[in-house]
Design a protein around this ligand. Structure first.
Ligand SMILES: NC(=O)c1ccc[n+]([C@@H]2O[C@H](COP(=O)([O-])OP(=O)(O)OC[C@H]3O[C@@H](n4cnc5c(N)ncnc54)[C@H](O)[C@@H]3O)[C@@H](O)[C@H]2O)c1
Ligand SMILES: [Zn+2]
Length: 341
């Protein structure tokens, strides 16, 4: 088992990565109430059945205030008070919802997460962003509060749908691309093990990814600057996600190739490094190109921009493992997108 500490102004988290961690829940004090993703509850009854638990419906359309309200009511009915601890169990959706509920119920009670998806373990469960969607706007209601622990239980990944698992690999490759060339090489050399859920490989990959996210969040919890680098591939990725029926990781995969290509076009990244990223994504079974309408992609980026201010902070690669955030105006971006599509 590996452990990592996250220390921020809004709280500290002990992150553990290993096998069968859920078994340790029994020794957790005080008695926890679990907020569990419905599929995880169904697939892992033995691990979670003996606890008081509330099911979180699966699917982005249920990630809203209605679900949050229902959970508050169940907590009241169960007479959960400040001496209790809430444990969110599931992927990014369940931990985002559980973190929001726990940090607002009774003005906030202590909470932790057991993360059950690859994306959750390397990304969503770490960093303290909790929240829900409203009227199609993703994660627009929320807060930043750190859970006291995050357990990345690798054993839970065995029941995760294959496409969800592969989607998570896109975020893993992202960490290598933006932060750590050695890690990128490790992923390349151990891709077969990673795809086969080899525990040794998985433990290393989840630990290093979590460590990178921790380093970035510790330096910039509130996304004023550095934390933006985690959005590599996401500006275009989100625009693709709005348009095409593809999963987050698939959209980000194409978004990363396009951002790498743009970095090359701007003279920052050699073509051979664009190929390295592209080949790695391909080896993972992720898409590296899609038929895209440049006008639609541009309009989608514009809609996202409405939420974030005047300029787009585009994350580019200034060589592999290094990033450069370029502030790009819409008029500058349009021909770039035309070119990339
Ligand atoms: N807070 C953050 O910093 C942050 C970062 C990235 C993403 N997110 C959020 O994370 C969410 C996406 O997370 P995700 O990709 O983990 O998806 P998810 O939580 O929706 O889970 C994907 C699917 O897998 C199922 N599932 C989860 N674990 C399973 C397991 N072990 N076995 C079988 N089925 C399992 C779920 O029921 C669901 O159907 C989005 O809502 C996104 O906004 C948050
Ligand atoms: Zn992402």
């Amino acid at each position: 088992m590996h452990q990592i500490k996250l220390t921020t102004p809004s709280g500290n988290t002990e992150i553990s990565v290993g096998e069968n961690l859920s078994a340790g829940l029994k020794t957790l004090v005080p008695t926890p109430v679990l907020l569990v993703d419905e599929h995880v509850l169904c697939e892992h009854q033995d691990s979670f059945d003996s606890f008081q638990s509330i099911s979180i419906p699966s699917g982005e359309r249920y990630k809203n205030m209605h679900t949050v309200e229902n959970i508050y009511r169940e907590l009241v009915n169960l007479e959960i008070d400040r001496s209790s601890m809430i444990v969110g169990v599931g992927g990014g959706l369940a931990t985002d919802v559980a973190g929001f509920v726990a940090s607002t119920y009774l003005r906030g009670i202590s909470f932790g997460f057991i993360s059950s998806t690859l994306l959750g373990q390397v990304d969503a469960s770490i960093g303290g962003k909790n929240g829900v969607n409203l009227d199609g706007y993703k994660n627009i209601i929320g807060n930043i509060r750190q859970p006291s622990f995050v357990w990345c239980d690798l054993s839970l990944l065995k029941t995760l749908a294959r496409k969800e698992y592969i989607s998570g690999i896109a975020e893993v490759i992202k960490y290598g691309a933006i932060w750590d060339v050695e890690f990128l090489k490790y992923i390349k050399d151990h891709m077969t093990g990673l795809l086969n859920l080899d525990l040794k490989v998985l433990e290393h990959v989840v630990t290093v990814s979590a460590q990178i996210k921790v380093e970035v969040v510790q330096k910039d919890e509130r996304e004023s600057d550095l934390r933006r680098i985690l959005n590599f591939g996401h500006t275009i990725g989100h625009a693709i996600e709005r348009e095409k029926k593809v999963m987050h990781g698939q959209a980000v995969s194409v978004g990363m190739v396009m951002a790498a290509q743009l970095s090359h076009n701007l003279g920052l990244l050699p073509a051979s490094d664009v190929d390295i990223i592209q080949n790695l994504l391909k080896a993972a079974g992720l898409p590296f190109e899609l038929e895209l309408d440049p006008e639609v992609i541009f309009q989608n980026i514009r809609k996202d921009k409405k939420k974030s201010g005047e300029h787009i902070h585009f994350v580019l690669l200034d060589g592999l493992g290094k990033t450069l955030i370029k502030s790009i105006s819409l008029s500058e971006l349009k021909p770039m997108i035309d070119d990339l599509c």
